[in-house]
Ligand binder design. Sequence first.
Ligand SMILES: [Zn+2]
Length: 153
Amino acid sequence: MSKPWCRRCAKCCYVWLGFQTYLGLRSTKLQININEVFGNENLLDIDENQIFFEEMAGFHTNNAMECVGAIDETRIMLNILAEAGFNGRFIETYKKSKQYLAKNELITAINEYTSIDKKDEHIPQKLRKPLLDLFQKIRLHALEFFRLQGIPI
Ligand SMILES: [Zn+2]
């Protein structure tokens, strides 16, 4: 196993997918050389990774048994990469599947993951305003990213 990224587990696939989506696309402000981090390999093409992508995208009853995001978080990333013309075996599988998010489902999912729970009673009063201001800044940055991908949100 190669460290720190084995590139053959759900966690690596999830993190790699996030890098490709949020740091790899041309319209992203925070461009980094993903190949320097993960090696020059498209994890979507690897046979043994198909099951992890299937689980993370909700093809089976259970999500992958590792530190990965919720199914809709994975689907948002796969939709964006598919629309951007990103290649890969699992992208093709996903595009043909019933798991592929329609435009309205994509917008609903993005709204869910970019909304802020302003009623959270557990935030200490002293930190409440600075934290909510910071969350709002991050939310606006995220929405700008999604708009740059052509998503009307
Ligand atoms: Zn791994």
